[in-house]
Design a protein around this ligand. Sequence first.
Ligand code: 6PG
Length: 246
Amino acid sequence: MVSDLDALAGERVVSETAEEVADAVATWIAAQARKAHADHGSFSIALSGGSTPRLLHGMLAGPAWQGRIDWAWWNVYFADERACPPNDPASNYHLAATTLLRLVPIDPSRVHRMPAERADLDAAANEYSDLLAGSLPASERGAPRLDVILLGLGENGHTASLFPGTPALEVTDRWATRGRADYEPFDRITLTFPIINAAAAVGFMVTGAAKHEALTATAKGEVPASRVRPVDGTLAWFLDAAAAAG
Ligand code: 6PG
């Protein structure tokens, strides 16, 4: 049977429940970390915010995954951040810190927060872009190469804070830039497409029937998430049955 998601680029992994999606993503991340560590002695990952990653973080920090991850390899970045203080419940850093990073032995100096609380968001984004360039290897096309980028999908087809019709979609000379959401907090910092598409592996986590339409639009090339196409890397969609079937 032809699915309206068949045109989605990359691999599709459909699990029955959101919990099984989280476990599939955790397994995938662990495999990418082992591969990266074997290849270059470290592992870099950019986390996304929103609500979907909460289950994954809880699993990675929980008893089922105790001892299965070598956190000493990890260098943590962010795919985007809201313009709010890092201790604000709306902050993606706050989500990651409270549900994962403070619960596992990751050296805080290896967690690179996007300083989106700064008044001058453009300067903050440029500083983050420089930090990415200064701490990651360059890909063949010049953008810094992350080992893994975890992304979510908004119902309007945005990913990270790359929202439809915003200037951030067209930034090609910097790896982080100011973003503009259509819901609070409106102002953001986001990774740009060049660095997303320079990653060794990109994984989308998408759950719930409400996301099916955005998945279909992504498959049709109609939304920002459609432009995630790693140049020299892999792309995987981790979906639950509700998101996949609508
Ligand atoms: C953010 C996220 C954003 C998120 C999608 C999906 O800052 O909001 O990075 O890109 O991944 O909006 O969010 P949910 O997981 O809450 O559906």
